[in-house]
Design a protein around this ligand. Structure first.
Ligand code: SAM
Ligand code: DTB
Ligand code: SF4
Length: 332
């Protein structure tokens, strides 16, 4: 992507643009061919790519906090926070800044390097955004990386977040364009891409990934990874969530995905986005230690760390500590 503009481009946006123009574009069929490799060959290839770019024994840890829970206008079929489903969640107000900052401080003391704040909004209102800006400034003052996920951004909002010091904006493509409409109808895949473009242009690092195990096909998963890898500003952080089937949502009874297919998705993501942190995200609580180790072997090098995700439990901190010790992994 060449950037021809009279405006100064931030260093982050310039680096992203340089990386975008240097990388090969991936076709979905090529990624499907990766999925179809024998499992050992695929994992071996992913581990090789991983070692060319990262310390294979280091895993980044992010802590997540829901700063505004439930009551969302959107109809995402997997989400307990949509007001449209009887998922039994009370709509909560935006948490006070002090409460958020004391949670960030506790996360830092427990060894997290990034603090991610999530809000169940379609799009942030300007008054709410002002409070989030204060939270971002506070997290930065603690010496942590700050990430937020607030829904779709309108013109000018990404620039305000950048000026407050935000490092990452999380906004997932979630699945490929073809499957998207089967799960979400209240906004489009194109809307998600538009927000990602605003984030990239403001010079904020992009965190974008998705969910697998929603009933999509392997072809959908391959196309989804191609769409992520080929974004105009490539994501530097890629959360791969395993669907947590939430009672009351349309996807509550979705049959579980073959765990090896999940590992294949991590491996394919590692190969097509070699420089990104691939985050083993939702669903870890119900994965065995052995399955998580396979995901790390396939190139996952980031996790959500802490007792809770947004509305559901995460793997226990004590279990993670034991797993890191057993595998000789170091937290970064
Ligand atoms: N409202 C904002 C948005 O949609 O971008 C931010 C919060 S939303 C809950 C963040 C992400 O959480 C979604 O894009 C989806 O990938 C993930 N997520 C939500 N519910 C999930 C579930 N039941 N299982 C796995 N991932 C889930
Ligand atoms: C992401 O990709 N996964 C996180 C984070 N970004 C915000 C959210 C996972 C949510 C899991 C379901 C829940 O706790 O409600
Ligand atoms: Fe709202 Fe985000 Fe949940 Fe969709 S995923 S219903 S936008 S909170």
């Amino acid at each position: 992507m060449s950037c021809v503009s009279a405006l100064p481009v931030s260093a982050v946006a310039q680096q992203a643009s340089d990386r975008a123009s240097a990388r090969p574009l991936w076709r979905a069929e090529e990624i499907l061919a990766l999925y179809e490799l024998p499992f050992m060959d695929l994992v071996w290839r992913a581990q090789n790519v991983h070692r060319q770019h990262f310390d294979a024994n280091a895993v980044q840890r992010s802590t997540l906090l829901s700063i505004k829970t439930g009551g969302c206008s959107e109809d995402c079929g997997y989400c307990s926070q949509s007001a449209r489903y009887g998922a039994g969640l009370e709509r909560e107000r935006l948490l006070p800044v002090e409460e958020v900052l004391s949670a960030a401080k506790a996360a830092k003391e427990k060894g997290s390097s990034r603090f991610c704040m999530g809000a169940a909004w379609k799009t942030p209102k300007d008054g709410d955004l002002d409070q989030v800006l204060e939270m971002v400034r506070g997290v930065k003052a603690l010496g942590m990386e700050a990430c937020v996920t607030l829904g779709m951004l309108r013109e000018g909002q990404a620039e305000k977040l950048k000026a407050a010091g935000l490092d990452y904006y999380n906004h997932n493509l979630d699945t490929d364009r073809a499957f998207y409409g089967q799960v979400i109808r209240s906004h489009t895949h194109e809307d998600r891409r538009e927000t990602l473009a605003r984030v990239g242009e403001a010079g904020i690092h992009i965190c974008s990934g998705g969910i697998v195990g929603m009933g999509e096909s392997r072809e959908n998963r391959a196309a989804f990874l191609a769409e992520l890898a080929n974004l105009p500003t490539p994501p530097e952080s890629v959360p791969i969530n395993h669907l947590i089937p939430m009672p009351g949502t349309p996807l509550a009874d979705t049959p579980p995905l073959d765990p090896f297919e999940f590992v294949r998705t991590i491996a394919a993501a590692r190969i097509v986005m070699p420089e990104a942190h691939v985050r083993l995200s939702a669903g870890r609580e119900s994965m065995s230690d052995e399955l998580q180790a396979l995901c790390f072997l396939a190139g996952a090098n980031s996790i959500f760390y802490g007792a809770a995700l947004l509305t559901s439990p995460n793997a226990e901190v004590s279990r993670d500590e034991a797993l890191f010790a057993r595998l000789g992994l170091k937290a970064v």
